[in-house]
Design a protein. Structure first.
Length: 137
């Protein structure tokens, strides 16, 4: 299993909308950055992803699960980019702010900090555990 972080602007697609999508999930589409698209292609069914509200909030608000691996993104007229389908898994009672992530030196290597404009990025297992623990403190 691999771990990821996916960013969405909450006024475009929020964790609440993801939850309302139910067990059928919803496509994670509209990604037009080649590095982020490559990350989508590397996702496998069952992988877990942090759901990050970008721009408004700048915080990890929950977890989604990949339920369908990459396929051609229907919103891309060129046919070059892909989407995956993700399903709501959980919402954090206490969102993890970018500010708090930056304060934790064990997370300083994350792409969330080093490549702040990247919308889909891998998260190593150790960081996954640290962030999950932060959501319960």
């Amino acid at each position: 299993m691999q771990y990821w972080l996916m960013k969405s602007e909450p006024d475009v697609w929020s964790i609440d909308q993801q939850k309302k999508a139910g067990i059928k999930g919803a496509p994670w589409d509209g990604v037009r950055n080649y590095q982020a698209a490559k990350n989508l292609k590397n996702m496998r069914k069952g992988d877990l992803c942090f759901f990050y509200h970008s721009n408004i909030g700048k915080e990890i608000v929950g977890i989604v699960k990949v339920i369908k691996e990459s396929y051609i993104d229907k919103t891309d007229k060129t046919g070059r980019f892909v989407a995956v389908t993700v399903q709501f898994k959980s919402r954090f009672l206490k969102p993890i702010t970018l500010e708090n992530i930056k304060k934790n030196k064990d997370l300083s290597h994350l792409a969330l900090i080093k490549q702040s404009r990247l919308s889909v990025m891998p998260v190593d297992y150790k960081s996954w555990k640290i962030i999950n623990k932060m959501s319960r403190i």
